[in-house]
Design a protein around this ligand. Structure first.
Ligand code: GLU
Ligand code: ZN
Length: 270
């Protein structure tokens, strides 16, 4: 099978050293396998995505020396494809309407969540009975995927080794379709990875639980399985994750400070 990987940045800010480290690994993997690396613009967040960040990410990747095969995939151009996948999930009873407000959801969380990158496990407030018929499509409604409670999702990570996450415990019923009529990240990602015939997904370890969710979506949509490599998250001297820092570590800033691409690569290959 021809190796196909992808870089999937969200254009909500400038690429920083943490992104660069993950993308560099993805690039090296594609080179080792003489494969193809695609670029996907994950611009589904209408409030936070900005065209100038798309231009910036293309420029910063080129500066770093990462080559992607054209054309760039643009998620905001593919909404009807995601909607078709969502309708399939709905007609097979995999998803249900969730009318909980943001406020309800915060109040339902018993304990504060230490894993701040991850959403709290949904309580199941709007879950229909197990034998309920599939629901119909309602406008302006959030829909959640009903996870198989207690089932352990396993995958073998090319970097971190065997991984396992239990549905209903490590993650709960997650958003698939949003009331602003857009797919969730999980759905768009799975549909795109399948359409692009991605063979290996390289992403940061902050997305391990999303990988487990996406495996469930692949199964429900009868899409092929994918291999995974999760990269360690870069931390600064204080142990703070780079993704959390909005300051000096943007690739652009490093470049303006006169660092060469090779010096930047050396920063995360230490
Ligand atoms: N757009 C997502 C992010 O930047 C990435 C997703 C992925 O690799 O699946 O966090
Ligand atoms: Zn609900």
């Amino acid at each position: 099978m021809h190796y196909t990987g992808r870089l999937a940045p969200s254009p909500t800010g400038l690429l920083h050293l943490g992104h660069a480290a993950t993308f560099w690994t993805a690039y090296q993997r594609s080179l080792q396998h003489q494969g193809t690396l695609l670029l996907r613009n994950e611009d589904l967040d209408p409030q936070r995505s900005k065209p100038e960040y798309v231009d910036a990410m293309i420029e910063d990747l080129a500066w770093l020396g990462i080559d992607c095969a054209p054309p760039m995939i643009v998620q905001s151009h593919r909404i009807s494809i995601y909607r078709a996948a969502f309708v399939r999930l709905l007609s097979h009873g995999y998803v249900y309407a969730c009318t909980c407000s943001r406020k309800d959801l915060t109040q339902m969380i018993a304990a504060p969540h230490e894993d701040t990158d991850d959403e709290p496990v949904y309580t199941g407030h709007c879950r229909p009975a197990p034998n309920a018929l599939p629901q119909t499509l309602q406008p302006s409604t959030n829909y959640r995927f009903r996870v198989p409670d207690g089932e352990t999702i396993r995958f073998n990570d090319a970097n971190l080794g065997p991984q396992s996450f239990t549905a209903g415990k490590d993650f709960g019923d997650f958003l698939v379709w949003r009331k602003d009529d857009l797919p969730s990240y999980q759905l768009a990602c799975v549909v795109d990875d399948a359409d692009s015939q991605i063979t290996e997904v390289v992403r940061g370890a902050d997305l391990l639980k999303s990988t487990a969710r996406q495996i469930l979506l692949q199964r429900a949509l009868q899409l092929p399985a994918v291999d995974y490599l999760h990269t360690h998250l870069l931390r600064d001297e204080q142990g703070i994750r780079l993704a959390k820092r909005h300051d000096a570590l943007a690739l652009r800033t490093l470049r303006q400070q006169g660092h060469t691409p090779a010096e930047v690569v050396a920063m995360f290959s230490r």
